[in-house]
Unconditional design. Structure first.
Length: 149
């Protein structure tokens, strides 16, 4: 075999092995972050629930936060992390596309991106803010130090 062919095959193998390793490391760290945040949120909710039950003598609504509320927060946290990486990837792709076809790439992608981001961001921000305010009101301010990283 030719030296160029062996070099190209080696480069392809190196790239795909690097992608696999970096993806595995990323998913491991993301899983660790999810576990830490979920543990903190469930622990705070549980301690507040026990305190409320012991004071009032009946079940309180904070128990419902342990299931879907915590999962929604964790999913949103992962999506937020993906957002900055995707925007960086999109900027690099846009630069390469601009280098290839010029100004037409910026105009087309600019209009599509603006419409998509503005409509989805408004809806998501209001939902997340309402959820965070509700959780903070249920848990109280004394347990917020657990959420600082």
């Amino acid at each position: 075999m030719d030296a160029t062919k062996c070099g190209l095959i080696g480069a392809v193998v190196l790239i795909y092995v690097g992608l696999a390793v970096s993806n595995a490391l990323y998913k491991r760290q993301a899983a660790r972050l999810v576990t830490m945040v979920r543990d903190c949120l469930v622990g705070m909710t549980y301690s507040e629930t026990l305190q409320e039950v012991s004071e009032t003598g009946y079940e309180v609504s904070s128990v419902t936060l342990m299931g879907t509320g915590v999962d929604r927060i964790v999913t949103g946290l992962l999506n937020c992390h993906e957002l900055w990486a995707s925007s960086l990837e999109m900027m690099i792709a846009l630069a390469l596309l601009y280098k290839t076809i010029g100004y037409a790439s910026i105009a087309t992608l600019g209009f599509a991106f603006r419409r998509l981001v503005l409509t989805r961001r408004r809806v998501q921000e209001t939902k997340v803010i309402k959820l965070i305010h509700y959780i903070v009101s249920v848990l109280g301010s004394e347990h917020q130090k657990c959420l600082t990283f």
